[in-house]
Design a protein around this ligand. Structure first.
Ligand code: AMP
Ligand code: ZN
Length: 493
């Protein structure tokens, strides 16, 4: 029986503003879409926090036994400066400044994004579609919206008619903004270009002569609007109606609000059952954002080479720090916070690495099945990882008590404790047991030392065929031996 059948996961749905029991559309299957990065610069730790929270959510869904199709896109065109409908494309601006091709910008920062995520032990999504790879799908949806009367064409651009849409539907269903308030808050002199109303947004923009990223369309050469990309890529792979859509809370309006409107206008169906929004990472009390320059790059935190923090922090400490607060709370990145997380992470690893040495007793002085269910309850309560970590600490305390003969567990309970701690620590939170990694490196060194000694013996016996064979075959697997007066050392590549 899959675990999800015995657990009741509740998710805070931004659409209803309430925690709701999670019921996927197809039993046992989950479709999840998360807005990916706009690849015009290195991701900062704020971006990483959002993706890391969804990595944990993905991991927990997998752990519960769901078959998940996780789609996270790459925005490689159409995202304009200031997240608006006017101004330069973020990627082509970077290309212009660096005098390289826009697709070189895309490639450079996509590679960086993947490197950062691999270093931080992320699971890759099942599909990672790009906006430029789905232009045909975007054009098709825009045509449907025009045919249904919710968009209009002006001078080679297509705009979504928010006022018309709001007559029949609710533009504000997700963000709870009222169109009247949006109208009142729009400054009169604000340029609206070709739009009927300033609240309308672009589905397709005509490219001016300077615009280098452009594609043919029924309305002339141009490029897609930012919101239509996610509508096309999410529904292509997950269907017109799917389970979960996520992103940072800053994307709720206008990006996600507009995604709902586009789907309803094109197909008459609200696309998403559960909207999940992650809260922001702050640095020095202010939101981490590319636009203000208040950022730390993950490489800088991992290397310690930055002006904010006293030392380098490992990938698992960064993950642990993130998991120590709820994905829905603002998280302030501070040196003290990271130091405390490092201590906590080390304490947890010590306990886990002691587990194998613990003796089993005749009786249990601690209710392990009840504790295990508490761990599930924490994650079932809208992925409450800080409460889960509190339970893992409780188990660490128990491990120390058993070690000091102050508590005992039967063999069965001991095995359940080990499995549960490992499931949550490694599979769900995605932490890595550094001590274990070190010990495998130690074992490799010891094994190569043995071979070096055998080679030395062969040389002393003038068996150069054997000594050369050892050296050459080690080289073939990437281990180079280096002889010097002090002896033989080795390097790996
Ligand atoms: P972008 O590359 O700007 O499209 O952003 C990629 C993702 O990072 C989006 O889901 C944003 O909501 C998210 N994001 C941006 N800044 C922060 C922050 N300071 N904390 C958490 N998430 C953020
Ligand atoms: Zn998106």
């Amino acid at each position: 029986m899959p675990l999800y059948e015995s657990q009741t996961l509740r998710i805070y749905n931004s659409l209803s503003g309430e925690k709701e029991a999670f019921m996927p559309i197809n039993e046992g299957y989950v479709g999840m879409y998360v807005c990916g990065p706009t690849v015009y610069s290195n991701v900062h730790l704020g971006n990483v926090r959002t993706f890391m929270s969804f990595d944990m959510i993905y991991r927990y869904l997998l752990h519960l036994g769901y078959k998940v199709r996780y789609v996270r896109n790459i925005t490689d065109a159409g995202h304009l400066e200031n997240d608006a409908d006017e101004g330069e494309d973020k990627i082509s601006k970077k290309a212009r400044l660096e005098q390289i091709e826009p697709m070189e910008v895309v490639q450079r920062y996509t590679v960086d994004f993947h490197n950062v995520l691999n270093t931080l032990n992320f699971l890759p999504p099942n599909i990672e579609p790009t906006a430029t790879g789905h232009l045909i799908e975007q054009i098709e949806i825009i045509k449907m919206i025009i045919d249904n009367g919710f968009a209009y064409t002006v001078n080679g651009s297509v705009y979504f008619d928010v006022h018309k849409y709001n007559e029949a539907h609710d533009y504000g269903v997700l963000s709870k903004r009222k169109l009247e308030d949006l109208i009142n808050n729009t400054r009169e002199l604000q340029g609206q270009g070709d739009k009927k109303n300033p609240q309308d947004f672009a589905l397709w923009k005509k490219a001016d002569a300077k615009h280098i990223m452009k594609w043919p369309s029924p309305w002339g050469d141009g490029f897609p609007g930012w919101h239509i990309e996610c509508t096309a890529m999410s529904t292509k792979y997950l269907g017109e109606n799917f389970d979960i859509h996520g992103g940072g809370i800053d994307l709720k309006f206008p990006h996600h609000e507009s995604e709902i409107a586009q789907n309803v206008a094109a197909r008459g169906i609200a696309p998403v059952n559960y909207w999940i929004h992650t809260n922001m990472l702050h640095l020095n009390g202010q939101r981490m954002a590319k636009s203000t320059g208040n950022t730390v790059n993950p490489h800088e935190l991992l290397s310690g080479n930055n002006k904010f923090f006293s030392k380098a922090y490992s990938p698992s400490v960064i993950r642990f720090f993130n998991a120590q607060s709820s994905y829905r709370s603002i998280l302030d990145l501070t040196n003290d916070g990271l130091l405390a997380s490092e201590k906590g992470f080390n304490r947890l690893m010590e306990a886990i690495n002691t587990l194998d040495e613990l003796p089993a007793g005749n009786t249990s002085t601690f209710n392990v099945p009840e504790w295990r269910q508490k761990c599930y309850n924490a994650m079932n309560d809208d992925f409450n990882s800080p409460i889960l970590i509190a339970h893992l600490f409780e188990a660490s305390k128990l491990v120390n008590q058993i070690k000091n003969n102050k508590a005992s567990l039967t063999l069965e309970d001991l095995e359940l404790l080990k499995k549960t701690m490992s499931d949550f620590t490694f599979d769900v939170l995605g932490l890595v047991n550094v001590a274990k990694e070190d010990s495998s490196a130690d074992k490799l060194s010891a094994a190569v030392e043995i071979l070096i000694n055998l080679r030395n013996e062969a040389r002393q016996n003038k068996d150069f065929t054997l000594s050369d064979k050892i050296r050459d075959e080690l080289a073939e697997v990437g281990i180079q031996l280096k002889d010097s007066r002090e002896g033989t050392t080795f390097t790996t590549n």
